[in-house]
Design a protein around this ligand. Structure first.
Ligand SMILES: O=C(O)CCC(=O)C(=O)O
Length: 283
């Protein structure tokens, strides 16, 4: 069983899940506590670099997300960017990353430092250097079942999910989608999802029926993949070109299908004329 400590002492009262995960109620108040930080994250949009969900770089496969996000990254060289690659990522979204140490409000910065100084998983600091804040404005917002994509992570690292605001259900299923367990995440709770359980299960915050207020989660990760400024700009431009080419191919295919359909209709019409079938030109 994975050992999980805070300040050298086993985390008190945590509920273990799977092989390497733990759920800790009221973690924030117990270990990090700062009610001002909590309020700023939740209610003061100006305090956090939220990106409007209708921003073109935030669309997922052409659709608006049912959540609003911000990104912090903590590269050693401020010109570099630590990129978390996930399915459907738009490379343009990396331009909206904010360097954790540059942001005017230090509350998330303090949390990263507290985690890295005090948390240990199997004797190692988590080394968090990337944070995604996600706001679910009401019960209709959510994130579907998925396993986090770990290709850009430091191998065998975990994700810490800290909750603020309204209670929401964190659903864990097997890879076929059968529910294994649900956890009610309340303000201040921590779910530490280990890399083994991330591979073995899916997780998500599914849209709920009961009305609820806003919830914000902070996901702390340890990202290994680092991009220099020029390299990242070239990648963004290449990905824009690839997207435009895909759109052009799609439009071409659509136009060809429409032309084929119109030609078929002309053919039927001509055949009807040849057969002497009455054709009503006004239909
Ligand atoms: O908001 C949460 O609790 C979960 C977020 C999540 O699963 C993700 O961003 O991958």
């Amino acid at each position: 069983m994975t050992s999980i400590h805070w300040g050298g002492v086993p985390i008190d009262g945590g509920e273990r899940f799977g092989e390497d995960s733990i759920f800790v109620k009221n973690f924030f108040n117990k270990y990090i506590g700062d009610s001002r930080a909590e309020c700023e994250i939740l209610f003061n949009l100006e305090a956090m670099p939220y990106i409007p969900r209708n921003h073109p770089a935030m669309a997922y496969r052409g659709n608006e997300l049912t959540r609003t996000k911000f990104f912090f990254q903590d590269s050693a060289d401020p010109d570099d960017t630590l990129v978390y690659k996930y399915t459907g990522i738009q490379w343009r979204s990396t331009e909206l990353y904010v360097h954790l140490r540059d942001w005017k409000n230090k509350n998330v910065c303090d949390m990263v430092d507290a985690f890295n100084a005090n948390l240990s998983v199997n004797g190692e600091s988590p080394g968090y250097n990337h944070v995604i804040g996600t706001k679910y404005k009401n019960e209709r917002d959510g994130i579907g079942l998925h396993s986090d994509k770990t290709q850009s992570w430091t191998p065998e690292s975990n994700v810490a999910i800290l909750s603020f605001g309204a209670d929401r259900t964190f659903t864990i299923t097997n890879l076929e989608g059968k529910v294994e367990q649900t956890f009610e995440l309340s303000c201040g709770d921590l779910f530490l999802l280990g890399w083994k359980d991330n591979m073995k299960y899916k997780h998500g915050i599914l849209a709920a029926k009961e009305p609820c207020g806003p919830r914000v989660s902070l996901c702390f990760r340890n990202i290994e993949e680092i991009w220099g400024k020029e390299q990242l700009t070239a990648k963004i431009e290449a990905s824009d070109r690839a997207r435009d080419q895909r759109a052009a191919r799609k439009a071409e295919k659509k136009a060809a299908a429409e032309a084929e359909k119109a030609a078929a209709e002309v053919y039927v019409y001509a055949a009807q004329l040849a057969d002497g079938v009455g054709v009503n030109l006004f239909l």
